[in-house]
Design a protein around this ligand. Structure first.
Ligand SMILES: *Cc1c(COP(=O)(O)O)cnc(C)c1O
Length: 337
């Protein structure tokens, strides 16, 4: 089976499994798991930030960050397509009692003028704007990468206005291998960064939340409250550490594979357009909306799994368990569909 549904479907390689089996462990709630501690330190240093905390999922790291940054009744500025709003089960209101200012934008991204326009004035009528959250790359935006100049402008504005800036960097490494920006310079624009280890990086479980010491200390408390305090978590953290050390540069291969799918899809008569591919996500818009499920079914019969991505839209995600031959095979099937 060739599984393009998501880059979360990757399975740990033999080498990663060995790193996991051999990982020294301890009780992480006591901060005594050497492998978790190493992963946290490695992540923080990689981004030139003070500290990090290992959590069970990207939803958890985002929700913890929101909970630490925002008070009940406060408001978060984010894109209407952002994962924190759309795909975290209403956690912003449920976990943190916050409201959201949703911005319509270009492929899941915000601009400085969005933030300038929607930060609320100091007036009792309005919720207090307490956080700006960006997503890089943007999932709903078809893997779109932020313009770093725009991030710097947003960051400067946020700092002037004492507004924390969070990054949902679930697929941040996909952006970083493409734009070649220095990780530390990039990270210095943000107050907190969530990074998924279980997407294209190929670890079985987990995300890290990175930030200042004080922020991570508060996050550790919230993680416990959310039921996310884990014990001998070094077993799974070892997979994440292995992923960060070995699987970053190879993301470029996934991007080449995505580009190959894009070119083929662009030639097909039944495809209206393909959202220009920037990283590992390919979104095709169909000419005839009603054909979506037919195509999904036909591909499934050929053992190719992809995902519906809204009305008349299909999504392919490339990842480390998809090899070049899978791409060739898929291209042949698509051409004959
Ligand atoms: C996958 C993803 C997350 C986190 O998802 P989990 O499944 O909870 O790890 C967060 N943000 C974005 C943009 C994602 O794609």
């Amino acid at each position: 089976m060739i599984d393009f549904r998501s880059d979360t479907v990757t399975k740990p390689s033999q080498e990663m499994r060995e790193a996991m089996i051999n990982a020294p462990v301890g009780d992480d709630v006591f901060v005594e798991d050497p492998t978790v501690n190493e992963l946290e330190q490695f992540s923080a240093e990689l981004f030139g930030m003070e500290a990090a905390i290992y959590c069970s999922s990207g939803t958890q790291t985002n929700q913890i960050a929101i909970n630490v940054h925002v008070q009940p009744g406060g408001e978060i500025i984010t894109n209407e397509d952002s994962h924190i709003y759309k795909y975290e089960g209403g956690g912003i209101s449920k976990n943190s009692g916050a409201s959201v200012r949703l911005i319509r934008g270009n492929r899941g991204r915000l601009t400085l003028s969005d933030v300038e326009q929607w930060i609320n004035p100091d007036d009792v009528h309005f919720p207090v704007t307490q956080l700006v959250s960006l997503e890089d790359t943007s999932n709903r935006g078809g893997g779109a990468i932020y313009d770093f100049e725009e991030i710097k402008k947003i960051s400067t504005f946020c700092r002037k206005n004492n507004l924390p800036l969070h990054l949902d960097g679930a697929r941040l490494m996909n952006a970083m291998v493409e734009n070649g920006i220095d990780l530390k310079e990039y990270a210095s624009q943000f107050d907190s960064i969530s990074l998924c280890l279980s997407k294209g990086l190929g670890a079985p479980v987990g995300s890290v939340l990175i930030g200042k010491k004080d922020f991570i200390k508060k996050s550790r408390r919230v993680r416990k409250v959310f039921g996310g305090g884990m014990r001998q978590a070094g077993i799974i953290a070892a997979g994440g550490l292995y992923a960060l050390k070995n699987n970053v540069e190879r993301l470029k291969i996934d991007h080449l594979h995505a580009k190959a799918l894009e070119s083929t899809l662009n030639e097909l008569t039944w495809v209206k357009e393909v959202i220009p591919v920037e990283t590992n996500i390919v979104v095709a818009v169909l000419k005839d909306e009603s054909q979506r499920d037919v195509i999904l079914e036909k591909l499934a019969q050929k053992d190719i799994k992809i995902m519906a991505f809204g009305p008349g839209m299909l999504r392919f995600v490339t990842h480390l368990d998809i090899i070049e031959n899978d791409i060739h095979a898929t291209i042949e099937v698509l051409k004959k569909l």
